[in-house]
Design a protein around this ligand. Structure first.
Ligand code: HEC
Length: 160
């Protein structure tokens, strides 16, 4: 009985190795990259690349264990969800209201420490933000947000 169960599990494990999610790896220039429209100093860009781009861009640097299922499914889920919420490679296409909101969230995320995701930091220790780096990112995001003029409907909301 036990042998049968183990054998079935093994067969399933082997079978699912062939079901791979498509990788998040774009080719060519990102025409709507944040840098095409907004100023992103090199130091800021380096930190974002190191700590955020794996889930918030069109290019993920995959670890070797992404070749193992169901690990890749789990990672893919985070990547799809993360870039759906915020994609630095598409940022230039965001309307002003959305761009302002996302930048505000970036400031909050790093100040309050809910980004990068904990489960990511367990393995990517280098993605950890020092408190200086978190402040750099937050100051940049909030500063940039204030440079983008609030659209009329947002101003109205602010008055309420
Ligand atoms: C391992 C993947 C991963 C990494 C790395 C990561 N994020 Fe996220 N991020 C997500 C996911 C998934 C969500 C959506 C679910 C949630 O809000 O928890 C998200 C949501 C967000 C949001 C919320 C957007 C909104 O409008 O609600 C912001 C802002 C954000 N991330 C900023 C960052 C920043 C800044 C970094 C780097 C310092 C970062 N993230 C690193 C996966 C990631």
């Amino acid at each position: 009985m036990l042998r049968k169960v183990l054998l079935t599990l093994l067969v399933i494990l082997v079978a699912i190795q062939f079901i791979r999610p498509e990788k998040n790896q774009a080719v060519g220039m990102a025409t709507n990259d944040i840098t095409t429209k907004y100023a992103v100093p090199a130091t800021i860009h380096a930190v974002l690349k190191r700590s955020c781009f794996d889930c918030h861009s069109n290019n993920t640097e995959y670890p070797w264990y992404n070749n193992i299922q169901p690990v890749a499914w789990f990672l893919n889920h985070h990547v799809q969800e993360g870039k759906g919420e915020l994609n630095f490679n598409e940022f230039a296409s965001y309307p002003p209201k959305k761009a302002r909101h996302k930048l505000e969230e970036v400031g909050k995320a790093v100040t309050e420490g809910w980004m990068p995701l904990d489960s990511y930091l367990w393995i990517h220790h280098d993605a950890n933000l020092s408190s200086e780096e978190a402040k750099l990112i937050a100051d940049w995001a909030n500063g940039l947000r204030n440079q983008i003029p609030a659209p009329a409907d947002e101003k109205k909301e602010l008055q309420h």
